[in-house]
Design a protein around this ligand. Structure first.
Ligand code: AMP
Ligand code: MG
Length: 482
């Protein structure tokens, strides 16, 4: 039985605008995530027509209280005091019998007072990309907002071209962003800041409640979650593309899939976003950018850390100073797991040597690690991915030596297979799915989602989804699609 709590809507009016979604002209359901709907224990209607009405916002579920959340944010380093949900509606917060709470939000559901010049809508392409990539991230084991449904609006949206419109329904343990804190901090609204921090502690970081200073503990907990998240992104080759502070969730979940992409060949400097001219959000810069974003959060929290400003600063800086070391520790652990070795200096050095060889050979990141899982018995598919056959042979020898020193080779193989996916959402596959969907055929989209639901399994019948793009298929640029 579905239970709406809507704790965010209980916060003061300055946190949001109460506003219903704008009805869509001709709703049509594209996909419902049945597994997630079951976990949320949603009482949903049966027919596709009724579901389409729910997942475009034409019909509200009983208990929902739609709001558009206010937030600010640093976009490419520039502070923007007023952003907010310009095309999203938080329908409410549900709690299941296990006590798990989720916020449910429509995106692409029409204008709000935060829309500025925008139309409040989303084109079909970015909706498909967000659905595919966020669900793939979940299946890969990465904290992320989830995709509950997508539905077509039956209305065109006008960008450079006329495009079909759609709405994605997302679920998350919270949609509070670093930019939400910045919204109140910039306005010097300290009581609201404290209410927001209390809300986030209650919802996302409950262990902080019992600390001597819960707000310091909150900051520590957010930093730890983000350190873990950055390690996961880097070990899977994920490039978020637009790590503005308004796209950084304090829950530690990956949020706002815009011009995101997965690496195919390993390139530490990779940038896909068409608007990231300076490479601010390049692949290997992501942990540093996150440190920057967390420094923004720390600045907002200062008045809560200590009444004395100098002491507050010292406390905040001490927390922040631990971010990169924590990230490095998580990264070392995850990277060593990928090569089946304990996370000691030797394992880390071997892993980094491998990455360097991959970078110089422009080897396919995902396939190289997956092939390494079997390289003890079948080295050829692995070494074939490298241009430098002698160097990789030496590396392989050193790795095998270390592997036999550190434990059971068979156990290492099993562990490696659960750390190195065979399937990631490859950019060219997403692009192909979007192109087909725009022509009315959703089969490739559904098939892609289904393959990516089991990324660590061998799926011989879907082997083509593991293949890197051919020369003409390579996608080098992605777009925000706003
Ligand atoms: P994003 O680039 O999607 O993270 O969005 C940045 C800001 O622009 C947020 O405040 C969004 O709500 C707003 N925004 C993006 N696209 C639209 C749109 N089509 N209509 C209204 N607001 C939008
Ligand atoms: Mg955003």
């Amino acid at each position: 039985m579905m239970r709406f709590l809507n704790s965010y809507a209980r916060l003061p009016e300055s946190f949001y605008q109460r506003i219903d979604p704008e009805p869509a002209a001709a709703p049509a359901l594209i996909r419902l995530n049945h597994g997630l709907a079951a976990r949320l224990e949603l009482d949903l209607p049966d027919s596709d027509a009724d579901l389409a009405a729910v997942f475009t916002g034409n019909r509200l579920l009983a208990g929902s209280e739609p709001i558009a959340q206010a937030y600010a944010g640093h976009q490419f380093g520039q502070f923007v005091a007023q952003l907010g949900d310009g095309r999203a509606h938080l329908l409410g917060e549900v709690e299941n019998a296990a006590g798990e709470r989720f916020d449910i939000q429509l995106k692409g559901s029409g204008r709000t007072k935060f829309s500025r010049g925008g139309d409040g809508r989303a084109p079909l392409g970015p909706v498909i990309r967000e659905y595919v990539v966020s669900e793939a991230m979940h299946a890969l084991g990465v904290p992320t907002t989830r995709a509950l449904a997508m539905a077509a609006t039956g209305q065109p949206v006008f960008r450079e071209d006329e495009l079909p419109g759609a709405v994605i329904t997302r679920a998350a343990s919270g949609f509070v962003r670093v930019g939400t804190f910045e919204y109140f901090a910039a306005r010097r609204m300290e009581p609201e800041l404290r209410l927001l921090a209390d809300h986030v502690i209650e919802r996302n970081h409950p262990a902080a409640r019992d600390a001597e200073n819960p707000y310091t503990a909150l900051f520590e907990s957010v930093c730890a979650a983000q350190a873990e998240l950055m390690a996961r992104w880097l070990c899977l080759g994920f490039v978020h593309g637009v790590m503005n502070t308004d796209n950084t969730a304090v829950s530690g979940e990956t949020i706002d899939y815009g011009p995101c992409a997965f690496l195919d060949r390993y390139d530490t400097e990779a940038v896909f976003s068409s608007i990231d001219h300076l490479g601010r959000y390049a692949f290997n810069r992501q942990p540093t950018v996150m440190a920057w974003n967390l420094a923004c959060l720390g600045g907002c929290l200062l008045p809560l850390l200590d009444p004395d400003e100098a002491r507050a600063r010292a406390t905040g800086e001490a927390v922040l100073d631990r971010f990169i070391p924590t990230f490095t520790d998580r990264y070392r652990r995850e990277l060593c797991r990928k090569i089946g070795l304990p996370p000691d200096d030797e394992g880390f050095a071997l892993a980094r040597r491998l990455l360097d060889l991959m970078r110089r050979s422009r080897a396919d990141f995902t396939n190289a690690f997956r092939a390494l899982c079997d390289a003890q018995t079948a080295p050829a598919p692995f070494t074939a991915l490298f241009a430098t056959s002698e160097e990789i042979a030496v590396w392989l020898d050193d790795w095998l030596t270390r592997l036999t020193q550190t434990g059971s080779a068979e156990a290492a193989r099993a562990a490696m297979r659960s750390a190195n996916p065979a399937y990631i959402p490859r950019n060219h596959r997403i692009e192909q799915a979007i192109q087909a969907a725009m022509a009315g055929d959703f089969t490739p989209t559904h098939r892609l989602i289904e393959v990516l639901a089991h990324p660590y399994e061998d799926q011989p019948e879907n082997a083509e989804y593991a293949a890197p793009p051919r020369a003409g298929e390579r996608v080098t640029q992605t777009f925000c699609g706003t």
